[in-house]
Design a protein. Structure first.
Length: 115
């Protein structure tokens, strides 16, 4: 993200990488209405405080990546079955993990709401 608040990847035409790429892939899945913070409250507060001190944007915590785990919380649109959407999110996260060199991670997909 540039100082002007513009997404640098969008400006340069570059593809997002890492967590941003996974977030974009999940957000594009039919039936995913939104991503909710998957990190706990303490982690979100620490991120916000750190961002304030560093004068940057806080990390959203929409997806929590650890050495061998991925946690994702989503809102599901009422037009799709939640189980179907969760399976698609899980498959996307699994494929992303394999492409990123993360072998056999524990993947947790939680539906935080039906919208």
């Amino acid at each position: 993200m540039s100082a002007a608040g513009v997404d640098d990847a969008a400006m340069t035409g570059a593809q997002p990488t890492g967590e941003a790429a996974l977030r974009a892939e999940i957000a594009a899945i039919p039936g995913v209405a939104r991503l909710y913070p998957a990190s706990n409250v303490v982690a979100r507060i620490a991120s916000a405080v750190g961002a304030t001190v560093a004068r940057t944007e806080p990390g959203g915590g929409d997806i929590v990546l650890a050495e061998a785990s991925i946690a994702i919380r989503i809102g599901v649109g009422a037009d799709r079955a939640a189980a179907e959407v969760c399976r698609a999110v899980y498959a996307t996260a699994r494929d992303w993990a394999a492409a990123s060199g993360m072998h056999e991670p524990s993947i947790r997909v939680t539906v935080a709401g039906i919208e």
